[in-house]
Write a protein that binds this ligand. Structure first.
Ligand code: DGY
Length: 329
């Protein structure tokens, strides 16, 4: 029997390709060029399987041009790039990579929180640029992490990882808001207290976003939400750029509505809102929260497991949960 045909949309590790080649006729974009919608559809053609990344949009227009597609394995835990309704209507299975990146991503979320609150980026730039001329009592004075209130919006695996680090490592008081409330035992183990959105915004000294992006959460952090935060608060986004209204954030950071922001994800990445680039009180990183080599390798292997499992047994290992539209990461 001929092997099913697979497109790997972006470069992946050679050992993962090797595994996939045992089961598929593989076309891999090892040149790692970013394919636009037309290029992606053209290259996918009549292949049955796709290994996609968070930047590849899988929507009705693409599915209509690629009717042989049976499974799309997304190399990411997030799946906002997949039109699940269109995929389900056409019987295309969607999978993602939950679990394997939780701790690495939570580590990074905490690193970004610390860098933002303690002005690490500003300090580093100041030294490199030769601007450090003297010590002053309020020079580079930022916000404390230890003993402060950590707000987590979206208490999935990654949110819990950030909360655990805050509570156990830094003695933070943790409050959270999420689509799904944790069990009393899980809340007690962190510990974390469930609060309404208003209280979360009002009380958090540091607010970390770890919720999924969907129509329901698009621009959830808008001008109104930002206005309800403390003037000394920091905002950290390791979820998806679309959760934050970037223009409103620029305004809040400019006017002192909040103190600082740490952003790993952007509304139109890799483009960054020009207003953010010119502000000193923002730490900007290139969507790298899950980027340790070991974790990225685990993610790629899990995507491969999904593809292989689907064609060998008819069942994918980690399908996107249904209903998924606002499931936290
Ligand atoms: C994820 O897994 O969703 C990360 O953000 C990488 O895209």
């Amino acid at each position: 029997m001929p092997k099913p045909r697979l497109l790997i949309a972006r470069a992946v590790f050679p050992e993962v390709i090797q595994r996939l080649e045992a089961c598929f006729e593989v076309d891999s974009n090892q040149a790692d060029t970013v394919l636009d919608a037309t290029q992606l559809a053209g290259r996918l053609g009549d292949k049955q399987a796709l290994l996609s990344t968070a930047g590849d949009v899988i929507d009705e227009a693409l599915l209509a041009r690629c009717p042989s597609l049976r499974i799309c394995a997304n190399l990411a835990v997030g799946f906002g790039n997949l039109d699940l309704a269109a995929m389900s209507a056409r019987g295309v299975v969607a999978t993602h990579t939950p679990g394997v990146l939780t701790e690495t991503t939570a580590d990074f979320g905490f690193a970004l929180l610390m860098a933002t609150a303690r002005r690490l980026g500003e300090g580093e730039r100041c030294v490199r640029e030769g601007q450090w001329t003297k010590w002053s009592v309020d020079f580079m004075a930022g916000q404390d992490i230890h003993g402060s209130t950590l707000g987590v919006l979206g208490m999935g695996r990654i949110g819990q990882g950030v909360a655990r680090r805050g509570a156990h490592g830094f003695g933070m008081r943790v409050i959270y808001h999420s689509r799904t409330r944790l069990s009393p035992a899980d809340e007690a183990a962190l510990p974390a207290r469930f609060v309404g959105m208003d209280e979360l915004l009002r009380e958090a000294d540091h607010l970390v976003l770890t919720l999924a992006h969907s129509a329901a959460t698009h621009h959830l952090i808008d001008a109104r939400a930002l206005a309800r935060m403390k003037p000394g608060a920091t905002l950290v986004n390791i979820a998806r750029g679309g959760v934050v209204d970037e223009a409103a954030l620029v305004e809040a950071l400019r006017s002192g509505g909040i103190a600082a922001a740490g952003l790993d994800v952007f509304e139109h990445e890799p483009a960054v809102h020009p207003g953010l680039l010119s502000l000193p009180n923002v730490v900007l990183t290139p969507h790298m929260a899950s980027a340790s080599r070991a974790t990225r390798l685990r993610m790629a292997h899990l995507a491969a497991d999904n593809l292989i499992g689907f064609f060998e047994t008819g069942r994918a290992l980690t399908p996107v949960p249904a209903p998924a539209l606002s499931a936290p990461a």
